[in-house]
Write a protein that binds this ligand. Structure first.
Ligand code: NDP
Length: 331
């Protein structure tokens, strides 16, 4: 039974040497517990923040202790009447092949309704992030222009499609030509910008959005946010979801001063964490599931195979190796 510990706090870009594999005993469930075998493990950019020794909305990971993320696991033995052998559960679990749990904070998922990996993406945290971030903060209206960065990723690809459902003109920003094709061909974006091949992002956005941007859903922060702000319309909304371009920076860069623009254009800028919407998750999953069933939403996954690949899959997020949700399939 293997586990993955945080060996050292990454300096800049995480390295595989920041993680340690350790062989531990396979636990035995006590009364009220289940023995779980990890099947799919989610790797997410926000875990980078928890590797820092900083106060935040979640506790930092402790050194020499297991890392945890969202997992789908199979019940292989049950001493808890709520769950039976063969059930699949999801929730926050440790990076371990086998672990026991009393079931608190875990929910059953149905492999007949959707592939199990989907409960970590489109029907999990990233789908919900897209749905609540865009609809409650972005408030897109028919005929408006929506710009989204990190557009070919787990959150971004769903944001763009919900924008289309709401009747917006949708423009995505992503880091490769293959991703640009995916946005236009599979997800039906109206336009897409490859930031890796663009020197002047402000101009590229202006060309793609001649009427300006009404809603900017920001997954990356940094100079992309600055360029989006050059093009934002009066009464525009900026949804601050994440800032992956800054997560590995050792010194935070500064940007242009925006306060007069925010006032003059009556802008709304708001950040959020998905946990704020916890009491509405059932509604979100219901809506996402129904759009999926009707073919209005599509999703993409990058599935890496093998427990030993978890750290590398996490690191690869920062090189854009994933299209859609990055998930590790353990068995
Ligand atoms: P993604 O599936 O989007 O994966 C990360 C992607 O980010 C990569 O594929 C890569 O795509 C892009 N990227 C990596 N480095 C950079 C960089 N330096 N500059 C620009 N883009 C970069 O991950 P998620 O969908 O899970 O997360 C997207 C964002 O949403 C993150 O910022 C994350 O922290 C945030 N988030 C926030 C939540 C909240 O509650 N507020 C919840 C979940 C996620 P490319 O090839 O296009 O560069």
């Amino acid at each position: 039974n293997k586990t993955i510990l945080l060996k050292s706090r990454p300096k800049g870009r995480p390295e595989t040497t920041d993680f340690e594999f350790k062989e531990i005993e396979k636990p035995t469930p006590k009364d009220g517990e289940v023995l779980l075998r990890s099947k799919y493990v989610s790797v997410d950019p926000y875990l980078r923040g928890r590797m820092r020794d900083e106060k935040s909305y979640v506790e930092p990971f402790k050194l020499d202790e297991p890392i945890a993320s969202a997992v789908v696991a199979e019940v292989v033995e049950s001493k808890n009447e709520k769950f039976k052998k063969g059930d699949f559960l999801t929730g926050m679990m440790e990076w371990k092949e086998y672990q026991v749990s009393d079931g608190k904070g875990l929910r059953k998922v149905d492999s007949e309704k959707a592939p199990l990996s989907a409960y970590l993406g489109i029907l999990g945290m990233t789908g919900l992030t897209a749905y609540f971030g865009l609809t409650t903060i972005g408030e897109p209206k028919e005929g408006e222009t929506l710009l989204v960065s990190g557009a070919a990723g787990a959150v971004g690809s769903v944001v763009g499609q919900i924008g289309k459902i709401k009747g917006c003109r949708v423009i995505g920003i992503a880091g490769s030509d293959e991703k640009i094709d995916l946005l236009k061909d599979k997800f039906d974006f109206d336009a897409a910008i490859n930031y890796e091949k663009t020197d002047d992002m402000g101009k590229a956005i202006r060309d793609a959005a001649p009427d300006g941007v009404d809603v900017y859903f920001d997954n990356v922060g940094g100079y992309t946010l600055d360029a989006a702000m050059e093009n934002i319309n009066r009464f525009g909304r900026v949804v601050h979801c994440g800032a992956i371009s800054l997560y590995n920076e050792t010194e935070q860069p500064t940007g242009p001063r925006l306060e007069t623009k925010i006032v003059k254009k009556s802008l709304k800028l708001q950040g959020f964490i998905i946990r704020n919407f916890e009491d509405r998750f059932a509604e979100g999953i219901q809506q996402l599931g129904s759009w999926l069933k009707d073919g209005k939403l599509k999703y993409e996954e990058t599935i890496v195979e093998g427990f030993d690949e978890i750290p590398q899959a996490f690191i690869d997020l920062f090189d854009g190796k994933n299209k859609g949700k990055m998930v590790v399939k353990v068995y």
